[in-house]
Design a binder for this molecule. Structure first.
Ligand code: FES
Ligand SMILES: [Fe+2]
Length: 437
């Protein structure tokens, strides 16, 4: 295993450029991060009925998420136990069973091997069918309908893994009775960059917005100049918040309605703010959640009801999956507005997306050279100024900064070196407000 201690220097806010381009580091990530962490698989609204399935991934491993005939959501490694063929090759659908297209082994939607061609004639009924079902994901749990899975049976329970990120998660997904649903369809595209570029950017990079997205802003994306000006006058400070296990989020001091990106959603949010307050408390009038990353590879952009997953496809490739979610009770015409708004801004041809993608791709190319790899990247904005906040969970820093990225890489290096979950510190609850790190 590589010694990664010198790659991430948390105290000095520096990270080696190798973490974005090195093949050996990438292979270690698949083993140490993706095969052990809780990874997002699907939302329950995507598989509402018995037999519904959706194809997903954990790292580079294809995973089949399927609601079995008894209504339980299961997840399996989507590879046939005979020669490893992908058992289910459709992106989504409904099936009582899955037949492998290579030699025809058939699995029930509970993962059991139920049919083998030539079971009598070729195997003489000696094949132990019980032993050769689909490989289950070791733990599958959900929170607000978000189904997560981990291949590590010893990973902490999902609720513990999410830790204080539930403060943020509830804020996004529990505003109205019935919770949220995913709008049908997932945008998927491949980009020439390491998966961490997306996770790093969405965890709290407010620094790039006025520079990278100036043309999108000038073109009117994000609202008219008048609307942006009036939002700016109503908006208080923003904060970056690190919680356990490398997760982090941002919040702004304003109401959830004031943070909405379109007038239609501002009116919708205002109309239902009392319901949100009854579920979430007074924070809905004091704070609005901003961007966030749940370690390792799912990010949230709530102002556009946008969720994205950064699937690794090699050190220099990422498959981006882009979802749009809405409160279940959102009127159909507003769902349509949000779907289009999100696609235009952050779909594969979205105005903001193209700015970000260009940066990440170019960083990947320019960090790949031998000399460039000898240097570090700078993560020093706000270093040493972190503190606790009365109302916010975790470890907090006000204004534009790189606090959340520092927390992400600190945890990343810990996961990359830990032999098991018992070596991984769940450090934030141990800190008290009076303590310094
Ligand atoms: S690989 Fe699936 S039946 Fe042979
Ligand atoms: Fe961006």
């Amino acid at each position: 295993m590589l010694d990664l201690q010198q790659l991430v220097d948390r105290e000095n806010g520096q990270v080696s450029r190798r973490v974005y381009v090195d093949r050996d580091i990438y292979e270690q990530e698949l083993e140490q991060v993706f095969a052990r962490c809780w990874c997002f698989l699907a939302h329950e609204s995507q598989v509402p009925n018995p037999g519904d399935f959706i194809a997903s991934y954990i790292g580079e491993d294809p995973v089949l998420v399927v609601r079995d005939s008894r209504g339980k959501v299961n997840a399996f490694l989507n590879t046939c136990r005979h020669r490893g063929m992908r058992v289910c090759r459709a992106d989504e659908g409904n099936a009582a069973a899955f037949t492998c297209t290579y030699h025809g082994w058939t699995y029930g939607n509970d993962g059991k091997l139920v049919g083998v061609p030539g079971y009598k004639e070729y195997y003489y009924e000696e094949l132990d069918m019980e032993q050769w079902g689909l490989v289950p994901v070791a733990q599958v749990e959900s929170y607000h309908g978000f189904v997560f899975g981990t291949f590590d049976a010893k990973a902490p329970p999902l609720r513990e893994y999410l830790g204080d990120l539930t403060w943020y998660f509830d804020f996004l997904f529990d505003r109205r009775e019935g919770g949220v649903e995913f709008i049908s369809g997932v945008h998927k595209w491949v980009m020439d960059c390491n998966w961490k570029f997306g996770a790093d950017n969405f965890i709290g990079d407010g620094y790039h917005v006025p520079v990278s997205h100036i043309s999108a802003r000038k073109a009117g994306f994000g609202g008219s100049p008048q609307r942006l000006a009036s939002q700016a006058t109503r908006q208080g400070a923003s904060y970056s918040v690190n919680v356990q296990y490398g997760h982090a989020f941002t919040v702004q001091q304003q109401t959830i309605a004031q943070a909405e990106a379109t007038p239609e959603f501002e009116a919708y949010s205002e109309a239902h703010i009392e319901e949100a307050e009854s579920r979430l408390g007074p924070r809905v009038r004091g704070w609005a959640p901003g961007i966030s990353t749940l370690f390792p590879n799912i990010s949230f952009l709530p102002v556009r009801r946008n969720i994205r997953v950064w699937h690794p496809r090699g050190p220099n490739k990422t498959e981006i999956w882009n979802y749009v979610y809405v409160d279940k009770q959102t009127p159909p015409e507003l769902k349509e507005i949000m779907k289009l708004y999100c696609s235009r801004a952050f779909g594969p041809a979205g105005a903001f997306e193209m700015d970000d993608g260009e940066n990440w791709k170019e960083c990947t190319y320019s960090n790949s050279g031998y000399m460039a790899r000898q240097y570090t990247m700078n993560y020093q904005i706000g270093l040493g100024r972190e503190e606790f906040h009365e109302e916010l969970p975790g470890w907090v820093l006000k204004g534009t900064n790189e606090h959340n990225q520092r927390g992400f890489y600190e945890h990343w290096s810990e996961m990359m070196s830990a032999r098991s979950w018992s070596d991984v510190e769940n450090k934030f609850p141990k800190l008290r407000k009076s303590q310094k790190r």
